[in-house]
Design a protein around this ligand. Structure first.
Ligand code: 5GP
Length: 131
């Protein structure tokens, strides 16, 4: 069965899209740990990020680099933090999180935000404009 992320990529489930190319897709995390938290996902669905062929794996990080540059330009932060967790959704993805402090990269359930649709769309638009 297709993962929730494959359904998002296929347009079957809505998302706040940031960018895509032939191989990769980026969108806002629905419960961000910080405003502007983006997920970068390979279109080829595999559970574990280190299972991809080296070239495809390298391309994922190259794509993520572009997204991170746009986030940093668009949002008030010191830098973009990176995490790969994958304990919730079994479809490899990179978390890109705008940071001010070390503690901002905290994925505890109690730290997750639920922002209004209008704010999520505004954040996505700001990031897209910097791509
Ligand atoms: P992980 O698998 O890395 O532990 O976490 C999966 C992440 O995906 C979580 O941060 C969660 O908020 C996000 N997520 C789960 N389902 C959806 C969804 O349907 N849409 C979006 N945009 N994000 C999701």
């Amino acid at each position: 069965m297709a993962s929730i992320f494959s359904k998002i990529i296929a347009g079957e489930i809505p998302c706040y899209k940031i960018a895509e190319d032939g191989n990769y897709f980026a969108f806002l995390d629905i419960n961000p740990v910080q405003k502007g938290h983006v997920l970068v996902v390979p279109k080829d669905e595999k559970d574990y990020i280190f299972d991809y062929a080296p070239e495809y794996y390298a391309g994922l990080w190259k794509f993520a680099q572009k997204i991170a540059a746009a986030q940093k330009a668009a949002l008030p932060c010191k830098r973009i933090g990176v995490a790969v967790i994958g304990l919730e959704v079994p479809h490899a993805h990179i978390h890109l999180v705008p940071l001010v402090n070390e503690g901002d990269l905290d994925f505890s359930a109690s730290k997750k935000l639920s922002l209004p649709k209008s704010e999520m769309e505004e954040i996505a638009q700001k990031i897209r404009e910097k791509l």
